[in-house]
Design a binder for this molecule. Structure first.
Ligand SMILES: Nc1nc2c(c(=O)[nH]1)N[C@H]1C(S)=C(S)[C@@H](COP(=O)(O)O)O[C@H]1N2
Ligand SMILES: [Mo]
Length: 391
């Protein structure tokens, strides 16, 4: 019986099938540490972005500090991008284990191996859909936020199981006393071949370079290095990028019509119906605030317009009012409206902006009226606002 099993041990199942020293526990452990940190940070910042956009009843996202979401979402996208070379290097280092003999040696081992399916599958899915989304390349028909969110729980579940199963191996892998570390070929292989230390450094340098080449999409001093970033934060009309144009949102006629009105409706004592001239005649306020897209780019600008709080007061809205800000777009379209929770509605810098950087809003930036508020995801800064519904 045992002999028969041994005879099946051919091809990649042979004991010496993968002889490269680069398939190393120590390399896998260090890559695992970096991946564990980047995945955890990416997961938590992603979860935060999710609950800000779909708040459960216990969650109230503050409007301050104004630039907080810009940071958390910048970190989310940056850690996801940095994880790509780390994950590829890690998968390459450990893939010979797929042919481990015997395939399963105990129940715990079986659980550990099975948990790789959600971990590896979920991770690859997250990184692939994440990159697709930030480059606005959607070779799929499912809803990106829902699928990306569901996959994050699947991957993080696999990660928890994996960390539990591998903890001892990992500790030995990164220990100072690890015999690989003192092995002379750790740092230098014969014949100029890549050493294990060289592989680790290459993977970390890859992650670093990829970060440097993309993080300038939100970190303005590094903008010139952002060669691989899908968006330059200052490329676009009035120095701001455009994802969605007025043309593609199908609002040009309504936004430029002389019949344009901004309406304030809902649970108010005196609903408002204001022309653009009337809006311009109201006291204006200026605020320097960033647009912080979920895709990881952000750009700051000086916005000028009427504080939402002033309009709510004029309309006789209750204290602590929340509202829904609706664009002129077809209301069935994604991102055609956004919620203002009571903290965002009451913040003096939450504006219905008429101007940006000293000029009337460009049509693609939301002319005639765009919502801009502190500490909000870009998708919740509704452009081409037509109505504010108070609750
Ligand atoms: N009405 C409406 N407002 C919108 C959007 C939209 O699709 N429709 N896109 C949002 C997104 S995703 C971002 S990041 C900000 C800035 O987008 P822009 O770069 O297209 O101006 O506007 C937001 N406002
Ligand atoms: Mo966005």
């Amino acid at each position: 019986m045992k002999q028969a099993a041994e005879r099946l041990r051919v091809g990649p199942f042979r004991e010496d099938a993968f002889e490269s020293p680069l398939h190393s526990t120590r390399v896998a452990s260090w890559l695992g540490l970096a991946l564990g940190v980047s995945f955890t940070v990416c997961f938590l910042t992603g979860l935060l972005s999710h609950v800000i956009q779909r708040p459960p009843s216990w969650f109230l996202w503050p409007s301050r500090p104004a630039g907080l979401y810009r940071i958390t979402q910048g970190v989310h996208v940056a850690t996801g991008i940095a994880a790509i070379p780390l994950l590829l290097a890690k998968l390459w280092t450990v893939y010979p284990k797929l042919w481990r003999w015997p395939a399963v040696s105990s129940v715990a081992h079986a659980v550990e191996r099975v948990s790789l399916v959600p971990l590896v599958g979920g991770s690859l899915f997250l990184l692939f859909t994440g990159v697709g989304s930030i480059t606005r390349w959607f070779p799929w028909s499912f809803s990106f936020p829902r699928a990306h969110y569901a996959a994050s729980w699947i991957a993080i579940g696999g990660l928890v199981a994996h960390v539990g199963a591998k903890w001892t191996t990992f500790r030995l892998g990164i220990a100072r006393a690890n015999p690989e570390r003192t092995d002379p070929t750790w740092a230098r292989e014969a014949d100029g071949r890549l050493s294990r230390r060289g592989l680790l450094r290459t993977a970390f340098a890859g992650a670093g370079l990829l970060t440097l080449a993309t993080v300038g999409q939100t970190l303005r001093p590094l903008e010139r290095l952002a060669l691989l970033a899908p968006r330059r934060p200052s490329a676009g009309p009035q120095g701001l990028p455009v994802n969605k144009t007025a043309g593609s949102a199908n609002v040009i006629a309504a936004a430029t019509s002389p019949d344009y009105r901004l309406r304030v409706t809902g649970t108010v004592t005196s609903p408002l119906d204001l022309t653009l001239e009337e809006l311009r005649a109201l006291p204006q306020r200026e605020a320097v605030l960033p647009i912080a897209c979920v895709d990881g780019w952000s750009a700051s600008a000086a916005w000028r317009g009427v504080p939402v709080g002033d309009l709510l007061a004029m309309a006789g809205a209750p204290e602590d009012a929340e509202c829904e800000v609706r664009s002129l777009q077809d209301q069935r379209r994604p991102y055609s409206s956004a919620e203002l929770n009571r903290l965002h509605a009451a913040d003096a810098d939450t504006l219905l902006a008429l101007e940006v950087n000293g000029e009337p809003l460009h049509l693609d930036h939301g002319f005639p009226v765009g919502l801009i508020g502190p500490n909000r995801p870009g998708v919740m800064q509704t452009k081409w606002v037509g109505e504010v519904v108070v609750r």
